[in-house]
Ligand binder design. Structure first.
Ligand SMILES: Nc1ncnc2c1ncn2[C@@H]1O[C@H](COP(=O)(O)OP(=O)(O)OP(=O)(O)O)[C@@H](O)[C@H]1O
Length: 279
């Protein structure tokens, strides 16, 4: 009988260890995470704490050293790569590195997850690509080659390609890096819509603690080779936990309209202020 049993989370990570190369220490161990359909989990942590490594492992780009990753209850590493690509999409920070492909072509590559590399695009594939280009505001510049884009434009292209995969789990590595204030808001609003209205489970790494507070349902704080804490923004964004993870003092206040935690830098030290004033 399954009656009364809670539904499986869309993404479940149990006892995961990840890292690079034989003989090298694990980057992360003992990672336990559940991400529900329709929700956003933010990964926070200092430089080098393993956010990208975890995202790569979840996307099946890096084999786990221990533990399991399941999508809707099925082990992503026991199923084939194609099975995984139809369910899990990742938008990484990697540069286009001189590619002469156009934006349109790069976004179309996202459809290969569904039809294979060798089959022509169907009308349905074309319709998905059109929709994604419109939603990421890339349609007017779709014929530009990706080697001549600003960092912010490229950021939107990698998100568009991941959206074209029509995944159930969307993994985003620092999706707001390089974006101006307007596009940061626009991208996070779009990601929010993909989670709330289309039921995707979203995992995204961020450096902006206040963006995590505003947009994430849950936050996983990484430090010292493990998850320091996983919970709601209120549970994770505390002065003690943040000071321990980032090894510097922070102030935590409340957003005047929403009451969500807002993280502020502490006042400049007197010595620092005096040095700044020196001629
Ligand atoms: N390809 C690689 N080969 C070997 N080690 C790597 C590789 N990529 C990252 N690392 C190491 O793994 C650790 C975690 O790096 P990772 O990029 O996952 O951290 P991060 O939290 O995403 O950092 P940042 O905030 O700076 O982007 C670091 O010590 C890094 O040097």
């Amino acid at each position: 009988m399954t009656a009364g049993r809670p539904p499986l989370p869309r993404l479940r990570v149990q006892g995961l260890a990840c890292g690079y190369g034989r003989g090298r220490p694990d980057v992360l161990t003992g990672v336990e995470l559940d991400v529900e359909a329709g929700s956003i989990l933010a990964l926070l942590g200092p430089n080098g704490s393993g956010k990208t490594t975890l995202l790569r492992t979840l996307a099946r780009l890096l084999p786990p050293r221990a533990g399991s990753i399941t999508v809707d209850g099925e082990d992503a590493w026991k199923r084939g790569r194609a099975w995984s690509h139809r369910r899990v999409a990742i938008a990484l920070q990697d540069e286009p590195q001189g590619s002469r492909l156009t934006i349109d072509e790069v976004v179309r590559l996202g459809r290969a997850a569904h039809r294979g590399w060798w089959l022509p695009m169907t009308d349905e594939d074309g319709a998905v690509v059109e929709r994604v280009l419109e939603r990421t505001r890339l349609a007017p510049i779709r014929d530009r080659t990706v080697d001549a884009l600003s960092a912010g434009e490229w950021q939107r292209v990698v998100l568009a390609q991941a959206m074209a995969q029509e995944p159930r789990v969307l993994l985003l590595d620092e999706p707001t890096a390089h974006l101006d204030w307007h596009y940061q808001f626009e991208i996070l609003e779009l990601v929010d819509h993909l989670a709330r209205d289309e039921g995707l489970a979203v995992v995204l790494s961020l450096h902006d603690l206040n963006q995590a507070s505003t947009w994430a349902d849950r936050i996983a704080l990484l430090a010292e080779g493990a998850l320091l804490c996983v919970g709601s923004p209120e549970e994770v964004l505390t002065a003690d936990l943040l000071a321990r993870a980032y090894r510097c003092p922070v102030l935590v206040d409340r957003h005047p309209l929403t009451g969500a935690p807002m993280v502020l830098p502490p006042p400049r030290s007197r010595r620092g202020a005096e040095e700044t004033r020196k001629p």
